[in-house]
Design a protein around this ligand. Structure first.
Ligand SMILES: NC(=O)c1ccc[n+]([C@@H]2O[C@H](COP(=O)([O-])OP(=O)(O)OC[C@H]3O[C@@H](n4cnc5c(N)ncnc54)[C@H](OP(=O)(O)O)[C@@H]3O)[C@@H](O)[C@H]2O)c1
Length: 328
């Protein structure tokens, strides 16, 4: 099968289109014909050699598939060959075929294209898991989502608007993306280039109360402003560390304010855990995609042969929402 292969680790130039063996569905898995996948920031980190796939998963890049079931592995029930599905994979979606666990499959609603479906699993499930299941965001809460314009972050905004519309949302964004983020109904947009310390802005906006939940992928540089912006019993959920991994923490303040810092990763969770997260997502969020309350924001659709350009677009932060790779 055709796939994106790598000559070692490094810049976009290490990616090459080549031939790989078609994967085989093990017990509890299905073989999928991949129609579309999308670029996620962790793909770039993996390409650089800093995010290896969990043991047993494909070493080919790509974390999500929108496609059609080609074959059922032993013991798979409830699905049939030809079903249109979208799913998380531990790796391997930058290829014509990939395998996935049946317990991670979601039906693609009739109203969605393969390109739209290719945006859902990694970004929206990451945002859903960390804002609601881990972060415990509920009615009338205030939240900060960092990085307006990014895939996970825009997914978070759309999910809050659709599932808990009375959330007060603060989003940080770079200058050229501020207006578009504001246009999504966000309550306060903060220019992160001008305000690397956003504490005072958040304090003023929340009448000194602070926020209930923060979804953060910036890491070290934002630890202090995040903790200073968090209210009593607030939760800081860290899903990325783009600015570094080491920072100083005021433990006394954290204790007195009963705050929690939670690290969270989706890819390396046990298969069973991911199945439970997917089941909750199907129950709660999927109907909002089916009725088009939530429509994934797609910056551009590339072909597999254009994978270098697709990665370059993300590397240079020229996207708003998702970058899709169409394969079939
Ligand atoms: N833990 C998990 O399970 C998990 C799963 C998926 C992704 N992630 C992580 O989540 C993050 C987002 O992934 P993605 O695929 O959505 O990538 P993405 O589309 O490239 O989004 C990244 C966003 O970060 C913004 N950003 C850069 N510097 C910032 C700063 N100082 N403050 C606030 N925002 C800043 C960028 O804004 P501009 O474009 O405006 O510069 C961009 O919109 C990555 O760090 C990724 O590794 C974690």
């Amino acid at each position: 099968m055709k796939a994106v292969l790598m000559d070692g680790f490094g810049g976009v130039e290490v990616m090459k289109i080549g031939e790989a063996d078609k994967p085989v569905a093990a017990e509890g898995q299905v073989l999928l014909k991949v129609h579309a996948t999308s670029v996620n920031r962790p793909d770039l980190v993996q390409r650089m050699g800093n995010y290896p796939p969990p043991p047993g998963d494909s070493t080919i890049l790509g974390l999500e598939v929108a496609g059609v079931i080609e074959e059922l592995g032993a013991g798979v029930t409830g699905w049939k060959v030809g079903d249109r599905v979208m799913t998380l994979v531990g790796g391997g979606s930058y290829a014509e075929f990939a395998v996935a666990y049946a317990s991670h499959l979601m039906p693609i609603p009739e109203s969605m294209s393969f390109e739209e479906a290719a945006c859902v699993c990694e970004s929206y499930i990451t945002a859903f898991l960390n804002l609601f299941m881990v972060g415990g965001l509920k009615d009338n809460n205030t939240a900060i989502i960092h990085g307006g314009g990014g895939g996970v972050n825009m997914a978070g905004v759309q999910l809050c608007k659709a599932l808990v519309p009375n959330t007060k949302l603060i989003v940080t964004a770079s200058p050229d993306k501020l207006d578009r983020v504001k246009g999504m109904g966000v309550d306060l947009v903060v220019n992160f280039k001008e305000n690397p310390d956003f504490t005072e802005i958040v304090k003023e906006f929340t009448n000194k109360k602070g926020v209930d939940v923060i979804l953060d992928h910036v890491g070290a540089k934002y630890l202090a402003p995040n903790m200073n912006s968090l209210g009593y019993a607030g939760r800081l959920v860290i899903i990325g560390v783009i600015s570094g991994i080491k920072a100083e923490l005021n433990l006394a303040l954290m204790m007195v304010k009963r705050q929690q810092i939670i690290g969270s990763v989706l890819r390396s969770r046990p298969v069973k855990d991911k199945g439970e997260i997917v089941a909750e997502f199907i129950r709660t969020a999927l109907p909002k995609f089916a009725d088009r309350t939530i429509v994934p924001i797609i910056e551009k659709v590339f072909t597999l042969d254009q994978v270098v350009e697709a990665h370059r677009m993300m590397e240079e932060d020229r996207h708003f929402g998702k970058i899709v790779i169409k394969i079939a």
